[in-house]
Design a protein around this ligand. Structure first.
Ligand code: C2O
Ligand code: CU
Length: 399
């Protein structure tokens, strides 16, 4: 495997809101790399995109990341060079920014959900650039891990309220998490607080997405379970939570909401909406061997090369908003991730929670409102890494 500081997943990096993140990357890999800080608001120079915001860090070289973390929540970090291989070999880690006054909970757990594709001898299958995977659902692994471990039995005192930070750090696998046998409430999505909501439907997390949940331990001697039921007919038990020890008092009321992050309130759009069409995939008319996936008819294949050669998809002004119409013209799921901005998806007649990655179902059309803060060149790409590597990338500019 490839690992951050010898660990899979990498160390959980934690700061307090308003602190300055300081990380020195030493590249001991046999190929160039960078670190992208996924979801956290970051100055452009530290966004980790090779050839666009920094030079790739060559083997033996180093790079210092340093910026203030303005928002509390659950974020993560990963390479942005040859991402399909570097994440596929294990380079991911969580970034937790604690509230200045963290809410009281009985435990604060983080689950980095990953998968690997292993052969019968337990070695990573090294077909990272397999075109069949890339043209379909991506590189879905055959072994799922919580924090790098197969042992999925947890325990807590009866009725304990656990803040569970869920991070989907897979190359392609999507999760649909069903909480059975005890209550769970949704607290935050992609780092940002949402109105507290009892989970009754599976919690869907596409690659790159996060959710914070309050998970209540059951009564003495009972076991609660989390099942992943995303892929029809292929459900499995992800984890079990046994209640043991001295019981805590059962609290009936739902947990309190998290304090909002200091995101600037931005007004309505001041420029016409922009349309993004996602195209391509196996058997589609637009796809070719060179460009399996496309955004608005164009494929950007090399993270480190594309930017100089391709015009931005769109430009927007710092402090302004822009509405995007996202049309998934393919028969596959795409978790579309935007760097440098945050967004809300139109859900019915309202704007949904703040997030950085929106999961599009096959043939789905939706509308999002982008909020732009930091100027610079920023990427937008599918977080199914085989889709990204084979064209489903582009960039936009905030001026
Ligand atoms: Cu999580 Cu451009 O990436
Ligand atoms: Cu995709």
């Amino acid at each position: 495997m490839w690992a951050y500081n010898g660990q899979y997943p990498g160390p959980v990096l934690s700061w307090r809101q308003g602190d300055t993140l300081r990380v020195r990357l030493h590249n001991d890999l046999p190929q160039p790399t960078t670190v992208h800080w996924h979801g956290i608001r970051v100055p452009n120079a530290y966004d980790g995109v090779p050839g666009m915001t920094q030079d790739p860090v060559q083997p033996g070289k180093q790079f210092d990341y340093r910026f203030v973390v303005p928002d509390a929540g659950t974020y993560w970090y990963h390479p942005h060079v040859n991402t399909i291989e570097q994440i596929g070999r294990g380079l991911i880690g969580a970034l937790v920014v604690h509230e200045r006054k963290p809410p009281e909970v009985d435990a604060d757990w983080l689950w980095a959900l990953t998968d690997l594709r292993l052969d019968r001898s337990g070695q990573i299958v090294e077909n990272f650039n397999d075109l069949h995977d890339a043209a379909h659902a991506g590189r879905v692994g055959n072994v799922v891990f919580i924090n790098g471990a197969l042992q999925q039995d947890f325990s807590a005192r009866p009725h304990a309220r656990i803040r569970l930070r869920l991070l989907a750090a897979t190359s392609a696998r999507i999760f649909g998490l069903r909480f059975d046998g005890s209550r769970a409430w949704l607290l935050a999505i992609d780092g940002h607080p949402v109105p507290v909501q009892l989970l009754s439907e599976p919690l869907v997390l596409g690659p790159g997405q996060r959710a914070d949940v309050i998970w209540e331990a059951p009564t003495e001697g009972q076991t609660a379970r989390v099942r992943d039921v995303f892929y029809p007919g292929r459900g499995y038990e992800l984890a079990a939570l046994k209640a043991s020890g001295a019981a805590l008092t059962l609290v009936q009321s739902p947990p309190a909401p998290l304090p909002a992050n200091p995101l600037p309130e931005l007004g309505p759009p001041t420029q016409p909406e922009f349309v993004i069409n996602l195209q391509g995939g196996a058997m589609s008319r637009e796809a070719s061997r060179e460009a399996i996936w496309l955004i608005n008819g164009k494929a950007m294949k090399n993270e480190a090369m594309g930017h100089g050669h391709q015009p931005p998809l769109f430009t927007l002004k710092s402090g302004h908003t822009l509405d995007l119409v996202l049309n998934n013209r393919t028969v596959w799921h795409h978790p579309l991730h935007f760097h440098g901005v945050w967004l809300r998806q139109r859900l019915g007649d309202q704007w949904g929670p703040v997030r950085d990655t929106v999961l599009l179902s096959p043939q789905e059309s939706t509308r999002v409102r982008l909020f732009a803060d930091q100027p610079g060149h920023w990427m937008v790409h599918c977080h199914v890494l085989g889709h990204q590597a084979n064209g489903m990338m582009g960039h936009f500019v905030v001026v």
